[in-house]
Design a protein around this ligand. Structure first.
Ligand code: SF4
Ligand code: SF4
Length: 171
């Protein structure tokens, strides 16, 4: 099975596509508040990432089925797109956060139990495997519908792997 078949049959972005959606490193390393990453590889009739973006960083669609294109210079890391995307396909990563070896991710979250600030959670990759622990920094109330945006401190070298969290309640 080739990479395209794996993506569309398995529903998971493969390693071969990672570089395609990583923001430009020079800008990303110094962008306070972070830059958006959008993993929306199929043509579907959907555009709230564009219509909700206050800065025009998600470029206008020529066709409602277009895949989002990003003008990274315009992205402020506000995470509005994270909150409104129905596919939970938008993430913000702040590489300027904290000290050595950590970064801040702003992730969409719709599960229970809700994470709490200061809590340690599992960080999962695209196929649901735990790849590290993370620390919840902030849980924002929904900006739209019921999707929360969770700020999580994670290992910096895993920001292109981690895509969600799991709350692990102690017995
Ligand atoms: S993080 Fe904010 S500025 Fe950046 S693309 Fe999303 S909505 Fe637009
Ligand atoms: S809102 Fe989400 S699912 Fe819809 S086009 Fe944008 S990134 Fe894709």
């Amino acid at each position: 099975m080739n990479e395209k078949e794996k993506l569309f049959n398995g529903g998971v972005l493969t390693e071969a596509r990672k570089g395609a959606i990583e923001p430009p490193r020079d800008l990303w390393e110094n962008k306070k508040n972070g830059l958006v990453i959008i993993e929306c590889p199929q043509r579907i009739p959907c555009n709230p990432c564009h219509t909700s973006c206050p800065t025009g960083a998600v470029k206008a669609f020529k066709d409602i089925n277009d895949q989002p294109e990003i003008d990274y210079e315009k992205c402020t890391g506000c995470a509005r797109c994270v909150a409104v995307c129905p596919g939970l396909a938008c993430f913000v990563v702040d590489l300027t956060w904290g000290g050595d070896g950590v970064a801040l991710m702003k992730l969409p979250y719709e599960m229970l139990p809700l994470p709490q600030e200061g809590e340690t959670v599992d960080c999962l990759n695209r196929i649901g495997n735990t790849v590290s622990k993370g620390k919840i920094v902030k849980v924002l109330e929904p900006m739209h519908d019921r999707t929360m945006v969770v700020h999580v401190e994670v290992p910096r070298d895993l920001v292109m792997d981690i895509r969600t969290i799991r709350v692990v309640k102690q017995a």
